[in-house]
Design a protein around this ligand. Structure first.
Ligand code: SF4
Length: 146
């Protein structure tokens, strides 16, 4: 498969960009997701996520999403995922280490999210109109600000 984005050496093991791929599922965390690409490089599977927006530095929510993909790749492909890659606007890219700190943050954030869902008392944690505008849950969310 041709790597038209030229973002990483290695072979493409998975792609959700050219045609829809099957979601990866985690039994441990009960989450599912589809990275844009998974590239096999030096024996490691590396998830890659593309964003159309342009940022000078990696955004926290994107780091979290990529960390979840790193975990999904470990659980579904086996082995150790050392990092994932975030690509903004097809121009800048950031290597995000899947280190013990990020792994801990992922686990505790997922635990918090589960707790919030069970408590049914969810509070919006931002005042960003554009986030609500592009949110897939906006039609069901009574906290939206658009
Ligand atoms: S619509 Fe609701 S869930 Fe989506 S970003 Fe806005 S507040 Fe959050």
């Amino acid at each position: 498969m041709k790597n038209k984005h030229k973002i990483q050496h290695g072979s493409i093991a998975y792609s959700d960009l050219n045609k829809p791929a099957r979601p990866l599922f985690s039994k441990r965390y009960m989450i599912a997701g589809k990275p844009d690409y998974i590239v096999k490089n030096d024996g490691n599977y590396i998830p890659i996520e593309f964003k159309t927006s342009k940022y000078e530095s990696p955004q926290k929510n994107h780091i979290f999403q990529l960390a979840a993909y790193c975990h999904l790749v470990e659980e579904n492909y086996g082995g150790f995922v050392p990092y994932g890659i975030l690509v903004y606007n097809n121009s800048s890219q950031f290597k995000i280490a899947f280190n013990p700190g990020v792994r801990f943050d992922l686990e505790s954030t997922l635990k918090d999210m589960r707790h919030m869902i069970r408590s049914r008392d969810v509070v919006r944690n931002h005042d960003d109109f554009s986030r609500c505008r592009s949110c897939s849950m906006k039609n069901y969310c009574d906290k939206r600000i658009v």
